[in-house]
Ligand binder design. Structure first.
Ligand code: TYD
Length: 155
């Protein structure tokens, strides 16, 4: 099983879509291993978007991420990183496929509702960035035996 990081961005919080987006992840069968609201500061955003700090849109990106608290989610499941990334859709909401979160809720390249880790390696780094170890819970989902086949459950 993998655990991945999702941030429900201010565009999600302000549009009152928190419940709707969390519901999508739950309905898919992802287990919520951690969940908290937090106000991001410049330091954590410079770290989180280190690959983008030199891009011209970074100042507006950093500002947009601080206009309200975000909700950080740790989501667990088999191949959770890829599954969640696929659910998220292309960065630009206008180009994202219908059926994805961005394709269903976003019209923007920046106000695009969610962040999702893009690799197993980055998920581990990002989970450490947003959660303390004791804020991530390892428990068996009540519907686990109906989410996975017996062989898959061992992975
Ligand atoms: P990136 O890591 O490229 O995409 P993703 O979120 O799909 O992994 O970019 C991070 C965020 O930066 C993106 O969610 C929104 C913002 N962004 C812009 O504001 N303008 C842009 O042109 C791009 C590419 C990203």
């Amino acid at each position: 099983m993998e655990t991945t990081l999702v941030l429900l961005k201010p565009s999600c919080v302000q549009r009152q879509l928190i419940g709707e987006i969390v519901h999508r992840f739950e309905r898919r069968g992802l287990r919520i291993a951690g969940m908290k609201m937090m106000q991001l500061d410049d330091a954590i955003l410079r770290e989180h978007y280190a690959h983008l700090v030199d891009r011209p849109f970074f100042p507006t990106l950093a500002a947009s991420m601080q206009t309200s608290p975000v909700v950080a989610l740790a989501l667990s499941g088999l191949e959770a990183v890829g599954v969640v990334r696929a659910m998220t859709g292309f960065t630009n909401g206008r180009k994202a496929d219908p059926g994805t979160i961005r394709g269903d809720y976003a019209m923007s390249n920046q106000q695009n509702i969610v962040h999702a880790s893009d690799s197993v390696e980055n998920a581990a780094i990002e989970l450490r960035r947003f959660f303390r170890p004791e804020e991530i819970f390892d428990y068996k989902s009540g519907v686990f035996d109906f989410l996975y086949g017996v062989d898959e459950a061992l992975q």
